[in-house]
Design a protein around this ligand. Structure first.
Ligand code: NVA
Length: 367
């Protein structure tokens, strides 16, 4: 039996143990405020809900299993979640929604910081119970690693007070959305702390957190108080009309180098700490596709949702030829992984994983 140790401080140190999601029983959940705000007005997702077609589940599982095998063949240990019944309604004394989401993607739910794995509050009602898919693994890590800290952020109430009613329309238009997001007027209110783990990037002592639809300022303040030995930075990407989850927008590849989505550039005034410490922020290559695949929540920028295996090696989706070419020019060895047919289940190669162990310690990259 391999020794289990939970330890990961950043997005690039050599990866040795990881969780890869499963597509089993994934659902398109019914309408609800924060979820609808993310679905583009011309998307084929509008007005649909129910269990995803079985053939798409099978295909996504084939790709996820294959990704797990590629990682294992490179000596990386892979764990998988245990799906709960996602057809059951999510119901608390405060809300009810008719189905759940799935056990994809793990990166949205689990934030690993050192020896801690923190279950995020989440901000969609349909994802309130998603942590249950990972509880068997959390119990296993708790059993085998005496230093593992299993934490859960305060469960939010997710009443209507958590959402701005202005966003409850399917006729807002991209222009108004861009104006609102530039003004930092997002669908979530400041009623209570809310965050999704995928809004957080780890840079050793520094945590960089996107303020947007799925993470509010109280959520960021909660993280600041929860990690008192870290510096927590709030970032915004005003060019994004649907700002959720930072990992198709800002992608650190190794110390000193970050890819930034050219349509969602980090504002000048938020670049100081990188500039002062000689970090380079380069525009990511264009996606290879003009549209996302069918029934997909995400944008075509999943092209830059890559999984870094170590500072010289990166997994890139097989069809994303421009992104792979750019990685090559940046001196990275590219591992091609086919995943596009699983994008609809919640994201790309970074999204569908969650770190358990990377070598290395907590370093200060921005002294
Ligand atoms: N904001 C993202 C989510 C990606 C994980 C998008 O571009 O769709």
């Amino acid at each position: 039996m391999q020794k289990t140790v939970v330890n990961s401080w950043n997005e690039w140190d050599p990866l040795k143990h990881v969780i890869v999601g499963r597509a089993d029983d994934c659902h398109i959940p019914p309408e609800e405020p924060a979820l609808d705000a993310k679905v583009p007005e011309d998307s084929d997702m509008r007005g649909q809900w129910g269990r995803r077609p079985q053939e798409t589940i099978d295909r996504a599982n084939e790709l996820l299993d294959n990704f797990a095998s590629i990682l294992e063949s490179r000596g990386i240990r892979v764990d998988r979640p245990t799906p709960i019944d996602h057809s059951k309604p999510a119901m608390t004394p405060d809300f009810r929604t008719e189905s759940q989401f799935g056990c994809m993607p793990p990166r949205d739910v689990l934030l690993t910081v050192g020896s801690e794995m923190l279950e995020a509050t989440m901000s969609y009602r349909c994802r309130w119970f998603e942590y249950l898919n990972y509880r068997p693994l959390m119990q296993q890590y708790f059993e085998h690693d005496p230093n593992f800290r299993h934490e859960s952020a305060p469960k939010p109430r997710l009443t209507d007070a958590d959402y701005h009613p202005d966003y409850l329309s399917d006729k807002i238009g991209v222009e108004k959305r861009l104006k609102w997001t530039a003004e930092k007027f997002f669908v979530t209110t400041e009623e209570e702390p809310l965050f999704d783990a995928a809004d957080v990037l780890r840079f050793g002592r520094d945590l960089v957190v996107q303020h947007g639809f799925t993470t509010n300022l109280k959520g960021i303040e909660w993280l600041r108080r929860h990690f008192p030995d870290h510096r927590v930075h709030t970032v915004n990407f005003p060019g994004d009309p649907y700002p959720i989850h930072i990992d198709a927008t800002f992608t650190p590849l190794r110390p000193g180098l970050i890819l930034n989505n050219p349509q969602r550039r980090l504002p000048e005034e938020q670049r100081k700490m990188y500039r002062d410490n000689d970090w380079e922020i380069v525009d990511a290559a264009q996606p290879a596709h003009n549209t996302p695949p069918p029934l997909c929540y995400s944008s075509t920028w999943l092209s830059m949702n890559v999984l870094v295996l170590d500072p010289k090696t990166v997994c890139v989706e097989k069809s994303e030829v421009y992104q792979a070419e750019q990685m090559d020019k940046l001196g990275m060895e590219v591992v091609e992984v086919e995943l596009r047919d699983a994008y609809a289940f919640g994201g790309g190669l970074h999204c569908c994983t969650a770190d358990v162990f990377r070598e290395g310690t907590c370093e200060d990259y921005f002294p």
